[in-house]
Each structure stands twice: as structure tokens, then as C-alpha cells.
Write a protein that binds this ligand. Structure first.
Ligand SMILES: [Fe+2]
Length: 257
């Protein structure tokens, strides 16, 4: 991939997403995802520089970041939700959009396969065994860069008064003030919580905290620590002694990694 190839992808992305923003009366979800994408590309550059990526690797990483959520626009327009559970897997939808528009058709086979694989797996619970090293590395970078911005978006949202306008970000989950003991126990065992276990807003917050056990690079963990995302999320949950213990536990985890 050349710099020009990357620029063609950027131009396509702009035109494609602008279409959704102009033709939908409810453009907010589409704008949100377009802005999220720009920040994931920035996070990718940040991570790539910290890890000393070569120019070619950096272009691949940026291309994967740029296209990772391209399935989101069609998803929201068609199903009115960002919940994969209630609609379709947006990683797979994205791969479909890329194929339909032949976006990577002129790319070397290996590059095309790596980018598609990273996009298909960016939102998977676990990566499959037996991925080749380059593919795994690209996918891990993408997953970390994506999570960094999701932390950014949700910590802003949790602190604002809840508005119906952006309820779609939390899939309109109920806020019942309960904290699940099962999910807390999973965090203390350093286990990643599964999407399927989420039934309330506090469950979602705990799932996001458990992402700390699924980050791939110490640079990402450091960034989450620097930006204070974990204490921010916890500060929006019902105050309890358990949560204070959880915060100490997470702080220790971040220091140790
Ligand atoms: Fe995504």
C-alpha cells in the first residue's frame, strides 16, 4: 500500500459516510461514528509511534483503523441500533461494505487479507488460535486503538446527564443501580466479561473495565491510566466499599503492567 492508496481510502470514507449524514434525519449516530473513526486513526498513530512501526506497517494500521467501523453506518440506517446482538455483527458488515465497493481490490493479497481479518475480528470476544504473526499484531493494534476511544466516548457520556439523543451509545440499557456480584468476581479474577452477560448500564461499565485484561500493549494500558478512564467510569457508579476495592485492584493492575 502506498500513501496514495491510503488517500483513496480516506476520500472514499469521507464520501461514503457523508451520504449517511446527509440523507438521514437522525444524523447524530452517523456523525458520532465518523468522529470516532478519526480518533481511532489518531490513536493508531499514537500507538504506532510508541511501538516504532515501520512506514508500511503504519499505513496498514491506519487503513485498518479508518475502515474498522465502516459497517456501522449501514447497520444504524438499516436496523436503527448499534447493538450487534439486536442486529448483525458490525465487523462482518464492514467486510461486506469493503468487498461491495472493491476498496482493497488492487491491494496485494496479503495486505488485503490482513486488513479484512483485523476488521472482522476487531470486535470479537477472543482472537482465534493460529493467526499469523503480522495479522495478529495488526488486529491487536486495532482492538487497542478502538478501545482507547470507546473509553473516551463513554466516560464523557456517563458524566453527562442522560439524553435520549445518545441513548444508542449504551443500547438504551436500564440503569437499575445494581452491581452484579458475578461480574465483579470476574473482574477480580481478571477475566474479560462477555457482551452476552450485559443486562444493565452498570454491567456495561464493568465490561468496559474488564477490557483492561484484554489490552495487548503496555502503551495502551499506560494511556488508559494517564487519562484516568477507570476511576472516571467508577465515579459514575453507585458509591460502595466494593467499588473502592475494585478501584485499588485496577490501579494495581495498571501499575503492574
Ligand atoms: Fe467497532
Amino acid at each position: 500500500m502506498t500513501d496514495d492508496d491510503y488517500q483513496v481510502l480516506v476520500d472514499f470514507f469521507d464520501g461514503y459516510t457523508s451520504g449517511f449524514i446527509t440523507r438521514n434525519t437522525n444524523a447524530h449516530p452517523h456523525i458520532t461514528k465518523k468522529e470516532h473513526t478519526a480518533r481511532v486513526v489518531e490513536n493508531m498513530v499514537f500507538l504506532g509511534k510508541s511501538l516504532g512501526l515501520a512506514r508500511q506497517q503504519m499505513r496498514m494500521a491506519k487503513a485498518a483503523a479508518l475502515l474498522h467501523d465502516i459497517g456501522r453506518f449501514h447497520q444504524f440506517e438499516t436496523y436503527g441500533t448499534f447493538s450487534d446482538f439486536a442486529s448483525k455483527n458490525h465487523g462482518a458488515l464492514g467486510v461486506g461494505v469493503i468487498r461491495e465497493h472493491r476498496l482493497l481490490a488492487t491491494f496485494p493479497k496479503v495486505e488485503k487479507r490482513q486488513i479484512l481479518r483485523a476488521i472482522a475480528l476487531h470486535n470479537a470476544y477472543q482472537l482465534p488460535f493460529g493467526m499469523d504473526g503480522e495479522s495478529r499484531f495488526l488486529t491487536q493494534l486495532l482492538r487497542d486503538a478502538d478501545k482507547l476511544d470507546i473509553f473516551n466516548v463513554v466516560t464523557r457520556k456517563y458524566r453527562e446527564a442522560d439524553t435520549a439523543e445518545n441513548g444508542y451509545l449504551t443500547h438504551n440499557l436500564k440503569d437499575d443501580g445494581q452491581i452484579s456480584k458475578t461480574l465483579m468476581d470476574q473482574i477480580f479474577k481478571k477475566q474479560l466479561i462477555n457482551n452476552h452477560q450485559v443486562q444493565s448500564l452498570n454491567d456495561l461499565k464493568l465490561l468496559q473495565i474488564s477490557w483492561m485484561f484484554d489490552l495487548n500493549f503496555k502503551e495502551t494500558i499506560q494511556r488508559v491510566d494517564d487519562l484516568g478512564y477507570i476511576p472516571l467510569i467508577l465515579s459514575t457508579m453507585p458509591d460502595s466499599a466494593h467499588l473502592a476495592v475494585l478501584l485499588d485492584f485496577m490501579k494495581a493492575h495498571m501499575v503492574a503492567n
